[in-house]
Structures are given as C-alpha cells and as structure tokens.
Ligand binder design. Sequence first.
Ligand SMILES: *Cc1c(COP(=O)(O)O)cnc(C)c1O
Length: 437
Amino acid sequence: MTHPAGGWPATSEHLQLASTVRDAVKSSGELYRLGLGMIASENIVSPAVRDIVSSDLHGRYAEGLPGKRYYQGCDDFDTIEALGIDLAQQVFGASFANIQSVSGTVSNIGALKALAKPGDAITAVSTADGGHISHARMGAVGLRDLNLTTYPWDEERMEPDVDAACKTIREVQPKVALFGQSVFLFPTPLEEMAAAAKEVGASVMYDGAHVLGLIAGGQFQDPLREGADLMTGSSHKTFPGPQGGFLLSSSEDPAFQRRLNNAMFPGVCSSYHLHHVAGKVMALAEFMEYGEAYAKDTVTNAQAFAAALASEGFDVLAEGRGYTASHQVLTRHGDLDSGAGAKAAKQLEDAGIITNMNMLPGDTKALSPSGLRLGVQELTRVGFTPGDMEEVARFYARVLLAGEDPSDVRKDVHALKLNHQTVRYCFNDDGRSGYPE
Ligand SMILES: *Cc1c(COP(=O)(O)O)cnc(C)c1O
C-alpha cells in the first residue's frame, strides 16, 4: 500500500536510488577514514561542529542581521550570530566581521560588489601564478565586469615581484588591489604594495581563503595590520570550520561596514545556511582554545613533510626559502606540461593518498601540469606528527620513485591512518571518531 501522501513505502526502483546515494556517501567517507586526505583546501570538522551542521537549523531562515530580521523564530539564531560576529572579531583581530557568506567565492563576489563598480580596474595575482579563479575574468572579477591587470611574479620567491607590482599599481591605479592565492607557500609582502595602493586611492583586499586558520593562529601574516582594508576567506580550508566564508575588516567606518553587510545580504545571499553559520561559531569557540597550537603544528608538519620528501629524492619547490611557511608543499614530477603531476596524483590515489595535480611556474596546461600541491592541515588535525610526516614521505617514495605496486602501499597507508581517527584541537572529550562510519 502506498501512503496517501505518496511517501512510503516507496517503489523498489526509487529505494534503489536512495541506496545508491547512501552507499556512495558511505564509500567516500571510508576513502577518507582509511586514506590520507592531503588536498590543501580541505579539512575535517570536529564532532561538535558536525552535530550542529546536521541540526534543525539546516531548514531555517534568518535574513538580515541579529535583532533586525524579516522572519519570526530567530531569537536563538540571533544569539548564535551575535556571538559569532564577536568571536570572529576577536579571533581575526578585526573591528568588523560578517559571518554569513556561504563560501570563499561568495565572500569575494560580495567584497567586489562593495569595493568596486563595473568597469573599474583591479590588480590581482594571475591564475597561472596561483591566483584563484574568482580573481580572474572567468570568475568573480568578470562577474563584476572589472578590468584585470595581474602582478609581475617572482618565480624564485613564489610571490609578487614587489617593486614591479608597485609600479603596476601606480600605473593602473586600480579601484581594488587584490592579494592572496590558492597556491600559497609564503606570506605576501603586503606592506609596500598596500602603501602603493593607498597612494592611488585603491582599496586593499586580501583573500585569505587558504591560510585563514594560519592567520588566525598567528602563524602566517596579519593582513589587517599590514595594510589590508578587507580580508575575505573560506571557513573550511586551514580554518577548520564547515563550508562557508568570512568578511573581515579593520575599518571602524560605519558606512563602510554597512556597505559590507549589505553586499552579503541582500547583495549575494538570501538564506545564508544557518547550520553552517552556527558551525562556524562553534569552530571559532574551539579555535580560541586550540587555534594557535593547531596552526603552529600545521606549519611544522608542512616543513617536516617538505624536508622529508626532498631527502627521499623529490623535487620540492622553493628549497632556498625552506620550502614552505604555510600548510602547503609543492612538488614537481617531470617536465613542464608533461602531465606528470596528473599521473602522480592518480598513482597516489591508488595507494589511498588523495592529492591534486597543480600547475607550477612554467606550466601552461591546467589539465597536464607537472606538479602536485599537497596540504597537511587535515592530517595535523587528526594528530599526525613530524615523524608521521616522514612516514608519509616514504609512502610517496615507494609509489612514485620505487615503483612499488600502489595497492601494497595502500595497506600500510591504511594501517597508519587507522591510528589517527580522532580530531584534535577541539572540544572532544568523549573521543568520538572524526570519521563517522
Ligand atoms: C578556495 C579559494 C577561494 C574560494 O573558496 P570557496 O570557499 O571554495 O568558494 C577563494 N579564494 C582563494 C584564494 C581560494 O583558494
């Protein structure tokens, strides 16, 4: 018998669809529970954040700001969002925070809406040098119809060529000087370029999507005190919250702050995913307790991993600068544009190690690059130490240098990972697994 509302029992054909979804979700969870998640933009949330993200707030609306709502039923959420704004200001040392953005890209779209008008000029890092697609014509910059000029790049130092970039800023006189990348090994030397931007009346915007957790933990740079008017970012990369974004500013100007809030709502969001906002607030509370240690351990692990890969015989970028000052490590696996990075990523996946191919300086083809971009933040969160990172580097060498069968290496990968199932740096006294089965 079918229920009059048509809901239950479903026909077997449709039940099959349900189990297809359920099985794939479970299988994806197993991949990361047993394997090594090393994609630099990913992370794992704490059990407390996970509970909130699957709470009733998922189905609710709260347009506006705390105390200024269009719907009833928001009193509890007002408590949450007001607390979150306060915590974000403390954690990032900001005089303004908006925590509504549903992603880093949406943060950037909102920021560019607040800072520029169609036809204005913008300067940013090119995607070939590690800039994000939202900094490009194909992304948010194009959506706002801004005229993009990219900074000259110093391939040795993996950062903008400061003198040449200052010259570019003075010539172009952009409305917005945007900094920050997705391939992000070293802090941006911001102060001089920000000063050049101020000279020509540009707003200085720093996209901290990748490195926000390191910045908040005091381990990378402090853009809001180095000249940035506005910092955007994702809440789920090195910052260990649920998917979402932040808008943060050092400005005390109420008119500017209002412009930023309006850019988020009604500018680019209606519903802004209350369960994720509440999850961000829990992640901020946890970060206040554990963030500095987590950020420090992440950078230490990245440096240990880079050094271990180099001593195994890999070509690790930026040796002269100590390889990395962030959560990322870059390796080159063959000739430029050879696709060697793509091949290496696939072999590692067969061994249970999840990474991504990446263009490195000199590569021109996004689908057949020579490199890998590796991140250690998730492994750090589940308790990997520098000693563990050396073992991970040996797995890489067995697969990619010694040519061992990846499925043999996978057994050892799984054995190592099974010893690291609990998320650290969070309120997790009951020791629940970070990887729900
Ligand atoms: C990942 C990233 C973004 C986009 O963030 P999403 O949350 O994935 O939308 C924006 N800027 C930079 C520099 C990034 O690396």
